[in-house]
Design a protein around this ligand. Structure first.
Ligand code: IPM
Ligand code: MN
Length: 377
């Protein structure tokens, strides 16, 4: 008997979010042609622009759907001038709120350079790293650290005014994300490009910070359960130069929330830019997938931005659903999508502006759809 379709809740959000999500949904629809859709997709409004219109970040119905969904796809949130009375960005409920509320403790961000993708450096489009040297997964803790809602301001307006952000690292929070990263390392088939070895690099600043010493101790404790995965350590400052100089050394990387936020944007340059960077926010019971690039207000409405990050987010989502539901059909749909994406990138027929080309967002979606349809089945 066939199990019920997976429920996918989609939040297009702000700016270019709806434009890339539309292409993601188009690709999902093409994958599901000929009765193969094992999913059901519903869109929900929300974000900063929605807040400016309605005074609400999202609707109770959308919030409840996130709790119920088998997987969530988010475009992006954030819009100039859209902020909450407490100063936070309007729409944060959909990203930071969802991460905390659904306990999506691991932010899994693959960083892989695909053949056909170029690097944009100082306005030039060139290949700087070769595709076989960039293939890692960065796992960012996603619920605590400096993102814990422990912020405050004292003596507002006075000469003695201070702002405080409290960095929270808990045993449970560190342990579960590190364990998740070891599990990912265990399941990777290839290992690091440099030597094919499986390793998990712990990125921290444990030479200075107590929270990082605790994180690294936790890493060592959990590592004892994974003897086949090489232990590897880097202070975050040194890591940034190694990342750029020797990306081939890295297989799986784990770090705390704020450092993970920064290093994944840096790493995106290796994979061709933010237009290719996708992330999965994954907990024990829920998961939300997103392109990492944000709402890019200045490109909104221009049908210009790169939708490939969203295609990769959709691929990750299908893989997640396949595992969660032990459904090989979903896993093979993810494989089909990966093949279609890679064939379009390798052919160089969908270069958006960030790749030095003129392909539009919707044309890039059309190319992937065409690749799916022309595939031998
Ligand atoms: C990210 C983003 C978010 C973060 C913002 C939009 C709050 O930069 O997903 O990396 O800081 O986590
Ligand atoms: Mn970020």
């Amino acid at each position: 008997m066939r199990s019920a379709a997976s429920e996918i809740a989609v939040y297009p959000g702000d700016g270019t979010g709806p434009e890339v999500v539309r292409e993601g949904e188009k690709v999902l629809a093409a994958l599901g042609e000929n009765g193969r859709a094992a999913w059901h997709v519903t869109d929900y409004p929300g974000g900063g622009q929605y807040y400016l219109k309605t005074g609400r970040e999202w609707e109770p119905e959308g919030e409840a759907a996130a709790d119920r969904a088998d997987a969530i796809l988010l475009g992006a949130v954030g819009w100039p001038g859209a902020s909450l009375p407490d100063g936070n960005i309007a729409g944060a409920a959909l990203v930071l709120g969802m991460r905390r509320k659904l306990d999506l403790y691991a932010n899994v961000r693959p960083c892989r350079l695909h053949p056909g993708v170029v690097h944009r450096i100082s306005g030039e489009y060139r290949q700087i790293w070769s595709p076989e040297k960039v293939d890692m997964v960065i796992v960012r803790e996603n619920t605590e650290d400096l993102y814990a809602p422990l912020h405050g301001r004292l003596a507002r307006g006075g000469d003695t005014e201070v702002a405080v952000d409290t960095r929270l690292i808990t045993r449970k929070g560190a342990e579960r994300v590190i364990r998740r990263a070891f599990e990912i390392a265990t399941r990777r088939s290839r290992g690091a490009p440099e030597d094919g070895r499986h390793r998990l690099t712990c990125v921290d600043k444990s030479n200075v910070m107590e929270g990082c010493r605790f994180f690294r101790e936790t890493y060592d404790r959990v590592a004892a359960d994974y003897p086949t995965i090489g232990r590897d350590y880097a202070y975050v400052d040194a890591f940034t130069q190694w990342l750029v100089r020797n990306p081939e050394h890295f297989d799986v990387v784990v770090s705390t929330n704020m450092m993970g936020d920064i290093i994944t944007d840096l790493a995106s340059v290796l994979q061709g830019g933010m237009g290719f960077a996708a992330g999965g926010n994954i907990g024990d019971h829920h998961a939300m997938f997103e392109p990492v690039h944000g709402s890019a207000p200045k490109y909104a409405g221009k049908n210009q931005v790169n939708p490939f990050a969203t295609f990769f987010a959709v691929e990750m989502m299908l893989r997640y659903l396949g595992e969660k539901r032990s459904d090989g059909g979903l896993a093979s749909q993810a494989d089909r999508l990966e093949r279609a994406i890679r064939s379009v990138l390798a052919a160089g027929t969908a270069r958006t502006y960030d790749q030095g080309g003129t392909t539009t967002t919707s044309e890039a979606g059309d190319r992937v759809v065409a690749a799916l349809r022309s595939e031998r089945r």
